[in-house]
Design a protein around this ligand. Structure first.
Ligand code: F6P
Length: 341
């Protein structure tokens, strides 16, 4: 068989190990692999490169994606779908591995509905894909954010300040949760909870009283600022607001300076948390999922997404994996707020 592979949506550490897993398993089984460039855009435009073991061999520890990526949605227009099907036919692709988050996998499901032979591999630093226990990219990105918080702690402690760290996370607060919990923040704000200004101010005041400084973590998608009213921001191809200009962190720092009467600063980690080498966990998970994707193809299990369930990697339907995002639930929130202030 000739297997196509693409990486779509925001890059994250683990994409290269996943592609490497696809290539090693596929070539071991006598298949050839074609890598499409820049996600669905490459499939629409017919841009691809052959992938062999030599090409991916040294990529296990490399962040980003060697194939490139984009937020292009080919199914926004009927013309796009036609172009994708034409490319698959002209390049002789027997099956496609779509590696991406909810948007990329939803596009994969669209292709499936149009007769394409597709399997999916979930990724995202946001960890918000349903149907899998964890996504690769999340552990690496959260580890970078924890490191950033530790560095901010040095300044906060030395200057007796409050510092707010704004992390990514559009609809789901998994990165904020992990950063706040593992980095020892005094308060953490996530999109899953309504903004509780009183609780935030109390936690910060208590931390300042008890140890002279405070650390706050805020997910970029938290609804705290009047500027965050939906509809104001530019949107991407999948209809998501581009949040980079919205400024949750600076807004909170300004508010806390007034309400808590302490000198405040904020830092936005942004795309820094998405780069760098994948962690051990992400290397292993991505490798297993890439390999599983080929196993699903070999078993003619099209329409399946390779996911982590407990210790096992299994295939679930696209319907189970996409459509609704996985949010931080009540027991995590209870754990998080145990450490307020
Ligand atoms: O989807 C992952 C994500 O990192 C979100 O948390 C963030 O809002 C978005 O990507 C940023 O996207 P871009 O790289 O297109 O600015």
């Amino acid at each position: 068989m000739k297997i196509g592979v693409l990486t779509g949506g925001g890059d994250c550490p683990g994409l290269n190990p996943a592609v490497r897993g696809v290539v090693f398993r596929a070539t071991a089984r006598g298949h050839t692999v074609e890598g499409f460039l820049d996600g669905w855009k490459g499939l629409m435009e017919g841009k691809s490169v052959p992938l062999d073991r030599a090409r991916v061999r040294n990529s296990i520890g490399k962040g980003g994606t060697l194939l490139g990526t984009s937020r292009t949605n080919p199914f926004k227009t009927e013309d796009g779908a036609k172009k994708v099907l034409a490319t698959l036919a002209s390049k002789g692709i027997d099956a496609l591995v779509a590696i991406g988050g909810d948007d990329t996998l939803t596009a994969g499901r669209e292709l499936l509905r149009r007769g394409g032979k597709v399997v999916g591999v979930p990724k995202t630093m946001d960890n918000d894909v349903n149907g899998t226990d964890w996504t690769f990219g999340f552990d690496s990105a959260s580890s970078v954010a924890v490191d950033a918080l530790e560095r901010l702690r040095d300044t906060a402690e030395s200057h007796h300040r409050v510092i707010v760290l704004e992390v990514m996370g559009r609809h789901a607060g998994w990165v904020a949760l992990a950063t706040g919990l593992a980095g020892g923040a005094d308060y953490t704000l996530l999109p899953e909870e309504p903004f509780n200004e009183t609780a935030l101010v109390q936690a910060v005041q208590r931390a300042v009283r008890e140890r002279g400084y405070a650390l706050v973590v805020a997910s970029e998608g938290t609804s705290v600022s009047p500027k965050l009213k939906s509809g104001e921001a530019e949107k991407d191809d999948f209809g998501h607001e581009i949040l980079r200009e919205k400024g949750v962190g600076p807004y909170l720092a300004g508010l806390l300076e007034k309400r808590a009467g302490v000198e405040c600063r904020s830092a936005v980690i942004g795309h820094i948390q998405r780069g760098g080498p994948p962690t051990l966990f992400d290397r292993l998970l991505a490798t297993r999922l890439g390999v599983k994707a080929v196993d699903l193809i070999d078993a003619q299990q099209f329409g399946k997404v390779a996911v982590l369930r407990g210790e096992e990697v299994v295939g679930v339907s696209f319907d189970e994996a996409v459509g609704t995002s996985k949010r931080v639930g009540a027991s995590w929130l209870d754990l998080l707020h145990t450490f307020d202030g």
